[in-house]
Ligand binder design. Sequence first.
Ligand code: MN
Length: 293
Amino acid sequence: MKPIEHIAARPADLGDGLTVHRALPNRQRRMVGAWCFLDHAGPVDFPAGRGLHVGAHPHIGLQTFTWLIEGEVMHRDSLGNEQIIRPGQVNLMTAGRGIAHSEDSLADGRRLHAAQLWIALPEADVACAPAFEHLPNPPCWDEAGARLTLLAGRYGPHTAPGSFHSPLLGMDLHSLSGARLELQLDAAFEYALLPLEGAVAIGGEPCPPHELAYVGAGNTALALDLAAGGRALLVGGEPFAKPVEIWWNFVGFDKAEIARARGQWERGEPRFGPVGDGSGRRLVAPPLPWASA
Ligand code: MN
């Protein structure tokens, strides 16, 4: 195994008193497989009257992937879906050519612990039809003192539900009393591990909180130690064929397409329909960081 790259996640302010740790993208690693964005929210106890409230905003060229560990969050989107996500569940939203959504804590002043990731769509699917899947029962099983939950992809005899567009893996690893795991890896995949709670180590090497441990490709096994109460998120995938542009809530291969999507959102064009009855808060796109054509 090559040396582990420890990459600090940076704090990002989502507003209303919620700071998340953004592990992807970062200067050293833009992506891990198709995973191109990774926010770790909490665990946090919101003060009374506060919670997660992200107003309506658009996406293109990606899938948003929400893994909820604690709390309850309402998802609403421009396809008309209204879905509460609860602990142990996954929401997978495919933006493709365009979708808008909002996310709101169900009860303010409560606990939240979640990971939100984005998956870049490959060039052939970047403008596919938008879709939303609620996945209430991802496969989980116990192994060597830990609970393994397969969030995306395949592991041994297990296959996660959900529509994915490139070979990838997402797995939650949690132990109440401490565990040493021998995980099987696919040598064709690159992998990274993000500690979510408690003490976590790879091959005896500590993986500090709020640092992404990038282990790269070419490995067939990973020795993982979880202390009592330890939890980590393993992501992996085939290295992505082509670098993507990521700006605001848009992913793609073409800056002009991203600029077009920004304008269409700002003008309220039908590419992005209303979320719910359209009366909720709507996020405003920042100015483009490059000169538009
Ligand atoms: Mn979003």
